[in-house]
Design a protein around this ligand. Structure first.
Ligand code: GRE
Ligand code: ZN
Length: 327
């Protein structure tokens, strides 16, 4: 399929590049590093080769979220966003941008988001899971009340927010002791991010801000397969969830979430996601440069779904969600 748009597509700056070290074998680090720092050379060539018209770019992980000092986090976010704006300005026909945000301080995060959307023309935001705040062992998830004024700004700006994975802190990872292969994209990323998404639902965030739209990668981090059980466990006991949310979690999932194919190139999994959340809330993505554009595109272009659905997932859902035609 020509004209595909992807939105979990990463770049890095010198201040954040080393955060991506250690996930893939050391022998491919020089290549991964070069791919993260590149925007217009190899990346664009790969896009051309595989029918990918646009990438909506975001900073690598955990980057800004792992800088406990809020002022420093703000500086790095601004620097990354300014560099990204320049890179996009060179090829606005091929690239768009998601803002990196200093979520350590919800007020600064809201201020930077406003600047990125209003002054730099960004079409959304992406945060890499929880933020470390003040010191490396203090973590904040975004369902906490101090973030609600930030969410009000996201809703008012009418832009989507990508909740991207990061690893749990080592001090919170006892269940992975001796099994480090489970960390990162293998498993721990998905558990961490799915749990964070459920916290947002359970907190009642979407009752207060019903127009919020959260994007999850990796075909929803396992959630499509689990939503029914989350709402219906022990159904005979008629025990509602002990949480502030007013509706069933499935209702928020189906009204406030979008899922991308990033890093999860499996037709069986896509079809389950289509059966749960519906084709209008699914978006093609690759997860470049951690995954290959070729793997994503070769799979997606021949996946056994209808052609109208392929066009929605590959392109038109993203055009609509990010209002790309209006830019
Ligand atoms: C990512 O998407 O951000 C990512 C990493 C590290 C390994 C794999 C991966 O940050 O997809
Ligand atoms: Zn990613």
């Amino acid at each position: 399929m020509q004209g595909k748009i992807g939105l979990e597509e990463h770049f890095a700056i010198e201040d954040t590049i080393n955060d991506s070290k250690g996930f893939l074998p050391e022998r491919v680090w020089p290549e991964l590093r070069a791919r993260l720092l590149d925007v217009h050379d190899k990346r664009l060539a790969e896009m051309d080769k595989h029918g990918m018209e646009m990438m909506i770019l975001s900073l690598n992980a955990p980057a800004v979220q792992a800088i406990p000092d809020a002022k420093r986090a703000y500086e790095v976010a601004r620097k990354a966003n300014d560099l990204l704006a320049d890179a996009v300005a060179k090829r606005p026909d091929r690239f768009a941008a998601l803002a990196a945000l200093p979520m350590q301080d919800p007020e600064l995060a809201a201020r930077e988001l406003e600047r990125c959307v209003r002054e730099l023309g960004f079409c959304g935001a992406l945060a890499n899971g929880f933020s470390q705040v003040g010191d490396p062992e203090t973590v904040a998830y975004y369902d906490l009340k101090q973030y609600w004024p930030f969410w009000a700004v996201v809703e008012r700006l009418d832009i989507p927010f990508y909740l991207h994975p990061r690893n749990p802190l080592p001090s919170w990872s006892r269940m992975y002791e001796g099994h480090s292969w489970l960390l990162g994209p293998t498993w721990a990323f998905g558990v961490e991010t799915a749990t964070h998404a459920l916290r947002l639902m359970g907190a009642g965030l979407f009752d207060e801000y019903p127009r919020l739209q959260i994007i999850l990668g990796h075909m929803g981090e396992g959630l499509p397969y689990s939503m029914w059980r989350i709402d219906n466990r022990n159904n005979w006991s008629k025990s509602p969830h002990n949480c502030p949310a007013k509706k069933k979690m499935t209702e928020y999932f189906n009204a406030n979430f979008y899922l991308t194919t990033a890093g999860n190139f499996r037709t069986q999994t896509l079809i389950d996601a289509m059966l749960e959340i519906g084709v209008d809330r699914l978006l093609f993505s690759t997860d470049w440069p951690f995954e290959s554009i070729e793997d994503a595109a070769v799979w997606f272009d021949s996946a056994s779904i209808s052609e109208p659905d392929r066009i929605k997932i590959g392109r038109t859902n993203a055009l609509r969600l990010f209002k790309l035609a209006d830019r």
